[in-house]
Write a protein that binds this ligand. Sequence first.
Ligand SMILES: Cc1cc2nc3c(=O)[nH]c(=O)nc-3n(C[C@H](O)[C@H](O)[C@H](O)COP(=O)(O)OP(=O)(O)OC[C@H]3O[C@@H](n4cnc5c(N)ncnc54)[C@H](O)[C@@H]3O)c2cc1C
Length: 396
Amino acid sequence: MAKIAVIERKCVGCGICQSSCPFGAIDMKDGKPELNAACRVCGICVRNCPESAIVRLETRTQSVDKKAWNDILVFAEISGGRLHPVVTELIGKARELAGPLGFEVHAVLVGHGLEGAAEELTHYGLGKIAVYDDPQLGYFRADAYADCVEAEIKRLKPSVVLTGATSLGRSLAPRVATRFHTGLTADCTTLMLRENTDLVQIRPAFGGNIMAQIITGNTRPQFATVRYKVMNPCVREEKQSGEILMRPVPENVYASRITCLSVVPVPPVKSISDAEVLVVGGRGLQKEEDLRLVQDLAKQLGGDWATTRPLVEKGWAGNERQIGLSGRTVRPKLIITCGVSGAIQFVACMNGSEHIVAINTDPDAPIFQVAHIAIVGDLYDVVPRLMESLKGGGRA
Ligand SMILES: Cc1cc2nc3c(=O)[nH]c(=O)nc-3n(C[C@H](O)[C@H](O)[C@H](O)COP(=O)(O)OP(=O)(O)OC[C@H]3O[C@@H](n4cnc5c(N)ncnc54)[C@H](O)[C@@H]3O)c2cc1C
């Protein structure tokens, strides 16, 4: 990377740089040149400046010995005293990535009273299970947790660090990544590991209009967060493996500036992400009362109901019922979409569902590209017939 800089004390304000710039990238402000965003660092101004007041600065690209950073470390988040379900999903993905490169997958646990969680982790084919257990870590304090994860990264030197895109993970991962002056990609939907150990981190960008491929090529470790329900969970093995390592807690933990005054437990709320069967209403529904169709079908199937974003925007449902990039990611066993077109922002967060049934009047609706069963028809006709046939246990 290079950039152009003006040495103000040498500049006499002649303006030759401005008139010689082919990109119009130089503005004269108070008699001195200022570069704007159009600069291509071509260096013509540098060559033309009679006072040698403009210089081209070369910034050296940081390089890293990638061979010194191996394996994958998963942050094993504890939620409500147990492993957060995203942890087994991260381990599943990590093991898939690690296999071809001969990497191992390790986990780091931070908290208090972690014996059970550490023991549970021995069923997931891990190498090392590093445990930072101390009463000071009994509740999440971003600085103290970051100290522990930082310490573990310094010990293990993992190539990749994976964290759940939970509220805790979203607070922790950037803090730790900053300490290593390395990159972090949030909310990855796909991860691939190249032979040279570069992690290809894929996530929707620009409102889901593109899938961005992000690489942290010049630094290590490579940090990525992944939302719950995006990756397949690792299957629990009866056989135990892995080495539980009780680590000393870094001194800084005791100097944390964060104090917990009180803990107010949030009552558990049923989330559409946990439903095994979901019926989803989209803008094909003409009025709010018609949501009843979706709700009734969901009830009949023993499932839950959800909506697309336009219905939330209309105020027909709360945000907690919205599937999509700006809502929740779901992965039920069965999802039935009714009057949903299948925009990328919606599909990206439900296409991991086991069985997708789509009802839409438009045979070209994009939702049919991901549906396992496509019903081209009017939801006002199809849904009641489906419910009727379910009552009789027959076919619609
Ligand atoms: C930054 C950004 C983030 C976004 N995040 C989200 C998000 O999290 N979740 C989300 O859902 N959207 C999101 N969107 C919006 C998204 O782009 C789409 O606009 C939205 O998903 C469309 O919702 P829909 O399918 O209900 O409506 P529409 O696209 O209007 O589709 C309605 C469908 O119903 C069909 N239909 C009409 N009448 C009937 C009938 N009687 N029977 C059967 N079918 C019928 C039509 O053929 C049509 O395909 C986001 C957009 C942006 C820019």
